[in-house]
Design a protein around this ligand. Structure first.
Ligand SMILES: Cc1ncc(COP(=O)(O)O)c(C=O)c1O
Length: 416
């Protein structure tokens, strides 16, 4: 039950399957039960049509042509930037396009991290980070002599604000970098609270919003983070585009990340000056069609209303937790209540390796991921090499959960 998530204006259930052409596919006589949206989401017709329309009717390079076709491409690209920035309550000027969230975090780690961090400084991350929010900080701290420290999780998969406070009291934390929603545990972190405490201690905050933006209302201004990074392909958009929302003054003070065309104001033989934001951080020809496609994706999600998306996924997660608990022999990782978690349920089945679980489910065309989920330090903390993971999107329905649970029970019978 969606419980507190239900409001008069936000009914908890959506059925938008007809908007997603791929869901009509059958494989080996089974309908597609796609429960791997935390890896990448499926795309609605509106996004596919926007890409098609762009290439059929408006394709030209941007920021350089004066002819009408180039102006159309320009208007589509920059128009999409306005709507994409607005989708997460971020200023247009400091909404930067990257290839994905990984590149957005690397932008900060290279441009801010390597020029700012010094020996004696600390970058504080958490045990539940994706490799994208670990490895860039390993490299940045190794290059600068700073220290990389971790906030621990408890057995319910939540962070301790007391430990955060103790770390901040050391006085050497320059950056706290954490995920908004865990891609393994589903934990929703109290990011606004973390930002308030980190800022009070003089530290900046970077948030990895890869799993949050697709499934809940996110307001960059209200959270108050210095950097908020997310990725288009998990939010119903195309691959090849990520977003960095950031504090404009901070971006102004940072050197460019990648260099070349478009990011310059002038180039002389021995030195150059930089373009204004956001283009200072967008070197070379941009991913124009992908940005246009992501613009269509945020329009689509906006029309669904993110409160409803959140309520819908909350309901599916609550139902999944209930059904898996009733199955027996299934261990679920992360917070016990759907109230505290996003649309991800990681689990293991007693006596069956997660890869075998996923393989057997795949035979029923139930698509779940089995791996370390690019979170090996978290796997080490949980004491497992891998988990199986079902993850949800607006196009999932209760029947998908039923298919999942039935397939898990089938796998248990195979191994019985
Ligand atoms: C929390 C989190 N961060 C970062 C990433 C990396 O996303 P991308 O490969 O689009 O950069 C993922 C993808 O699984 C993720 O779940």
């Amino acid at each position: 039950m969606a419980g507190a998530m239900r409001t008069a204006t936000a009914p908890p259930t959506l059925d938008v399957r007809a908007d997603f052409p791929i869901l009509k596919r059958e494989i080996n006589g089974h309908r597609l039960v796609y429960l791997d949206s935390a890896s990448t989401s499926q795309k609605p017709e509106a996004v596919i049509a926007a890409l098609d329309d762009y290439y059929r009717h408006h394709n030209a390079n941007i920021h350089r042509g004066v002819y009408p076709l180039a102006q159309e491409a320009d208007a589509l690209f920059e128009g999409a930037r306005k709507r994409i920035a607005g989708f997460t309550g971020a200023p247009v000027r400091s909404t930067i396009f990257t290839r994905n969230v990984t590149e957005a975090i690397n932008l900060v780690a290279y441009s801010w991290g390597r020029t700012t961090l010094r020996p004696g400084d600390t970058v504080l991350i958490t045990e539940m980070e994706h490799h994208s929010n670990i490895v860039p900080w390993q490299l940045a701290t190794q290059a600068t002599g700073a220290e990389l420290r971790y906030l621990e999780i408890d057995d319910a998969g939540t962070l301790s604000l007391d430990q955060l406070e103790r770390e901040l009291e050391r006085g050497d934390v320059r950056l706290v970098a954490l995920t908004h929603v865990s891609n393994v545990l589903g934990t929703i972190n109290p990011v606004a609270e973390v930002v308030a405490r980190a800022h009070a201690a003089g530290a900046l905050v970077l948030i990895d919003g890869a799993q949050a933006v697709p499934q809940m209302p996110v307001d960059f201004a209200a959270i108050g983070a210095d950097f908020y990074a997310w990725t288009g392909h998990k939010a119903l958009g195309p691959t090849g585009v990520g977003v960095l929302n950031a504090d404009a003054a901070l971006l102004d003070s940072m050197p460019p990340f990648l260099a070349g065309g478009d990011m310059i104001a002038s180039v002389e033989a021995q030195h150059s000056t930089w373009n204004e934001l956001p283009w200072k951080f967008e070197a070379g020809t941009s991913m124009i069609a992908q940005v246009v496609g992501l613009g269509a994706a945020v329009d689509y999600l906006g029309a669904l209303e993110m409160e409803r998306v959140r309520a819908h996924e909350h309901e599916l997660v609550a139902y999944t937790l209930e059904q898996l608990a009733a199955t027996g022999g299934v261990k679920v990782y992360g917070p016990a209540s759907a109230d505290d978690r996003g649309g991800v349920v990681s689990f293991s089945v007693a006596g069956i390796h997660p890869h075998d679980v996923a393989e057997l489910l795949g035979r029923e065309n139930v698509c779940v991921r089995a791996s370390h989920h690019c979170a090996q330090p978290l796997m080490a903390r949980l004491g497992v090499p891998a988990t199986a993971r079902a993850s949800f999107a607006p196009y999932n329905v209760r029947a998908d959960v039923d298919a999942l649970v039935e397939a898990v029970r089938g796998a248990q019978r195979v191994f019985a």
